[in-house]
Design a binder for this molecule. Structure first.
Ligand code: PLP
Length: 402
């Protein structure tokens, strides 16, 4: 069966250029970068090259990059590390309701430890409410953390405006840029971003490696304790092959950003158009233009996103749902909830995320299969039909069409 992968927001295939760059560091150049001998120096030199490439990719200095196990760790560390290092100045943190769980859960932990956290609302298109940000900043606020682009619905935040506010008020600004790298141009020094998380596997690099950028004068305490690696800031033998691959992946992603995002944007809009032309009652989530070039989040009225996912999978097409199913209870996505999407539409949400190798033919095949699947599910499912009015209090857009 021909397999089509439209789940690139979850992870991406590693490019062969990246793999080739990594190979020697698994086989011949296997030294520990902390060792003083030739093997160690060889590994260290590779780290320096990768660090330079990543720094160049986001517009910072090499010694402001710390390698981690991925964006989850980077986000945990940034929030925890900046909060504790600045506790003498205040205990208030501002973030948003649509952040990745690796931000939300560490914020909840800090709330239990005596910090105060404000979770900003977003509007219907997923933009963080700047008016609320201005409203909630007070003398106690030490950190603002807002993601650059949302992984579920693709909305790209007005990052510069948020960075400007943080700077003006003298508050440290962290951003989770995991989905934004390679999609939008980011220059942390120029934009006034103090801290930024990224991950290799979302940009055709290896899994289990990421970085945290922290501006030189920003106080942060270490998160992983042990040896003296990463300037005493992140202990543990460093993942040399991973870092080498990460460096190459960032170099490629930033080098090809214009051509890649243009191509993906065209395919994205073609796909949205084709789906809406061929299927009734399908709604795009997030902003139609200020969105990730590869993200298509669609809500299908009167069907379950999970059912679409399963049936697409059975014909070789991999997608993701907007709603996470936890412990048996159908719980709907915190992002869609924050955007005030009616529950039934949230449950009918599917995320298609395009990749570098996605073709128009892949999308045509996907549309053709979707048409059949959605028709079949809508016909089969009188229950979801009956629930439409009940669960939303009657959304006029969701009237059943014969
Ligand atoms: C994938 C993702 C993460 C987590 O990254 P890992 O490297 O897999 O830990 C964090 N934030 C966003 C926005 C993501 O898309």
């Amino acid at each position: 069966m021909n397999r089509i992968y439209l789940d690139n927001a979850a992870t991406t295939p590693m490019s062969s250029e990246v793999l080739n760059e990594m190979m020697p560091y698994f086989t011949s150049a296997y030294g520990n970068s902390s060792s003083l001998h030739g093997f160690g120096r060889e590994a260290r030199a590779a780290l320096d090259v990768a660090r330079d490439r990543i720094a160049k990719g986001i517009g910072c200095d090499a010694d402001e990059i710390y390698f981690t196990s991925g964006a989850t760790e980077s986000n945990n560390w940034a929030i925890y590390g900046i909060a504790y290092a600045n506790r003498n100045k205040g205990s208030h943190i501002i973030t948003s309701k649509i952040e990745h769980p690796s931000i939300l859960k560490i914020c909840q932990k800090l709330e239990n430890e005596g910090f105060r956290v404000t979770y900003l609302d977003v509007d219907r298109q997923g933009f963080v409410r700047i008016d609320q940000l201005l409203h909630y900043i007070d003398a106690d606020t030490i950190l603002i953390s807002i993601m650059a682009a949302n992984n579920e619905v693709g909305t790209i935040q007005n990052l510069q405006a948020i960075a400007n506010i943080a700077k003006e008020k003298g508050i440290i600004f962290h951003t989770d840029a995991t989905q934004a790298i390679g999609a939008i141009n980011l220059n942390v020094h120029e934009m006034g971003i103090d801290s930024l998380s990224m991950s290799a596997h979302k940009i055709n690099g290896p899994k289990g490696i990421g970085a945290l950028y922290v501006r030189k004068n920003v106080p942060i305490v270490p998160f992983v304790l042990g040896g003296e690696q990463e300037s005493n800031m992140r202990a543990g033998t460093v993942n040399v092959p991973g870092i080498v691959g990460f460096g190459k992946a960032v170099e490629i992603a930033t080098r090809d950003i214009i051509t890649n995002s243009k191509k993906m944007r065209q395919l994205r809009d073609y796909f949205i158009n084709e789906v809406q032309k061929n299927i009734d009652m399908v709604y795009l989530n997030g902003h139609p233009i200020q969105r990730l070039p590869n993200n298509v989040s669609l809500s299908f009225a009167m069907v379950e996103g999970e059912s679409i996912l399963m049936l697409l999978d059975s014909v070789g097409i991999a997608v993701s749902t907007g709603s996470a199913c936890s412990s048996g209870a159908l719980e709907h996505s915190h992002v869609l909830r924050a955007m005030q999407l009616p529950l039934d539409l949230a449950q009918g949400t599917v995320r298609f995320s395009l990749g570098k190798s996605t073709t128009k033919a892949d999308l045509d095949y996907t549309v053709a299969e979707l048409v059949k699947i959605v028709a079949k599910l809508r016909q089969m499912s009188p229950i979801s039909r009956a629930q439409v009015g009940k669960m939303t209090g009657g959304d006029p857009k969701c009237t059943v069409k014969k």
